[in-house]
Design a protein around this ligand. Structure first.
Ligand SMILES: Nc1nc2c(c(=O)[nH]1)N[C@H]1C(S)=C(S)[C@@H](COP(=O)(O)OP(=O)(O)OC[C@H]3O[C@@H](n4cnc5c(N)ncnc54)[C@H](O)[C@@H]3O)O[C@H]1N2
Ligand code: MOO
Length: 402
């Protein structure tokens, strides 16, 4: 808990730790429902994989010296009777169980039949068992993936191969969003002192990309303390994490801090030594719920989201803390004294270099819409072209911002 500006990295750690400690109870879900969830237990092989010796070709399973007399046929899905006599073979299909006693496989295209119907040909690699051996991919009980693994289609495929019908996963965190600010328009063009709300339409997409469901989006909430308290209470009744935008400072109509006091909140982070976005906060509310206060300036709100809410949601989902990649800067980025500077930047196609973009004022979104994330310049330092710095990514999906 803190009521003074926290170092940016420390703030991320505090958010992750708070989320991890509040991760939901594991629940079993069917494989098709598991996409996007997180393994609550290691995925182990339930049998040897493959579970039986498996032919990788269409052809003949042979025993002894040629010619081989066919004594049967084994198709995928069948149990192969053993080959007991030298000079015999069975016709075999790809995926079929190789009979006990077989010594080699001969591909159909490498074989001929003599006048008596006997099979001739050469095993491709001589008399070595070139079929898939039981346990070649995994031994029974071997850990294939650790707890905390994000479930994606390939993980679901492996689980199905192993024989799982369901997986034990963490629940998806439920998020809500409250937009504060009487000056905000929800339609039409800005003017006459009013601006369009650019966070109500934007934040839910980022939350979903971070693995949360979005249960409620409300606002603009009237700029009174009562309206704030009522709106947060309502949102908290259906969400584990409520994000609010605006009102984090102490202006005449900034009601977030007084509302938190009224709701019995305990600060986990209350302002962060980072530019932009310093007034961000994260608080714990009774019932193991969280409120993330995102500053009103739109870019700062997104910075707060990926600084605090991303690690919080990773923890709540039982995932590892996000690790930031390192990138080489192609241009200079100034430091911000005792604060961490997050500078919008675009990555090269190989992801190795980052180029600062323009239009980066905290009230602007144009730079954000053209960037992959933020180059991180730590307190007390400046960054020059050629320097390697951490990179805080936006949670973009494949194909977004190619
Ligand atoms: N005396 C000081 N004033 C301010 C300081 C400061 O250090 N001393 N810091 C500035 C910074 S930096 C930020 S960030 C903001 C944070 O203030 P709030 O979180 O209380 O946000 P608001 O005052 O409600 O709004 C700030 C700004 O953002 C616009 N805004 C708000 N919500 C939205 C939205 N959903 N869509 C688009 N734009 C939004 C709002 O109109 C204001 O222009 O405080 C500064 N002040
Ligand atoms: O810190 Mo404010 O959050 O720069 O826009």
């Amino acid at each position: 808990m803190s009521d003074v500006s926290v170092d940016w990295e420390k703030a991320r750690e505090l958010a992750y730790t708070a989320g991890r400690a509040a991760a939901g109870r594991a629940e079993p879900v069917t494989l098709s429902e598991a996409d996007g969830r997180t393994l609550a237990e290691p995925l182990r092989a339930l049998t040897d994989l493959p579970a039986f010796p498996t032919s990788s070709i269409d052809g003949w399973a042979v025993r002894g010296a040629k010619p081989w007399r066919p004594v049967g046929r084994v198709l995928a899905g069948q149990i192969a009777p053993p080959l007991t006599e030298d000079g015999t073979c069975v016709e075999i299909a790809t995926g079929a169980m190789v009979p006990a006693g077989a010594e080699a496989l001969v591909r159909i295209e490498a074989s001929t039949r003599d006048g008596d119907g006997r099979v001739l040909g050469e095993p491709r690699n001589g008399y070595v068992p070139e079929w898939r051996q039981p346990g070649e991919e995994a031994a029974k009980d071997e850990e294939l993936l650790p707890a905390g693994t994000a479930v994606d289609p390939a993980v679901i495929g492996v689980a199905a191969t192993c024989g799982y019908e369901s997986l034990s996963v963490y629940p998806r965190p439920r998020a809500g969003l409250l937009v504060f600010g009487d000056e905000l328009l929800t339609g039409g063009t800005p003017g006459a002192g009013r601006v369009r709300d650019s966070l109500g339409p934007q934040i839910p997409g980022w939350l979903r990309r971070l693995g949360a469901t979005v249960e409620m989006v409300a606002g603009p909430v009237q700029d009174t303390l009562d309206a704030h308290v009522t709106a947060v209470r309502e949102n908290l009744s259906i969400a584990d994490v409520v994000c609010t935008t605006g009102g984090t400072m102490h202006g005449p109509v900034d009601h977030l801090h007084p509302a938190l006091t009224e709701l019995g909140a305990e600060y986990i982070v209350n302002t962060v030594a980072v530019r932009p976005g310093f007034p961000m906060l994260l608080a714990r509310l009774p019932g193991n719920r969280f409120l993330a206060g995102l500053p009103g300036n739109p870019q700062s709100a997104v910075i707060a989201l990926i600084t605090l809410v991303a690690p919080l949601l990773a923890g709540l989902q039982g995932r590892p803390a996000p690790v930031l990649p390192a990138v080489e800067l192609t241009g200079d980025v100034r430091g911000r004294g005792g604060d961490t500077h997050l500078a919008l930047a675009r990555l090269s196609h190989d992801g190795r270099t980052a180029t600062p973009v323009g239009h980066v004022g905290s009230a602007m979104l144009r730079g954000l819409a053209n960037a992959h994330g933020f180059a991180v310049v730590r307190p007390g330092s400046e960054a020059a072209a050629g320097d390697v710095v951490p990179f805080l990514p936006l949670p973009l999906l494949t194909g977004e911002r190619p």
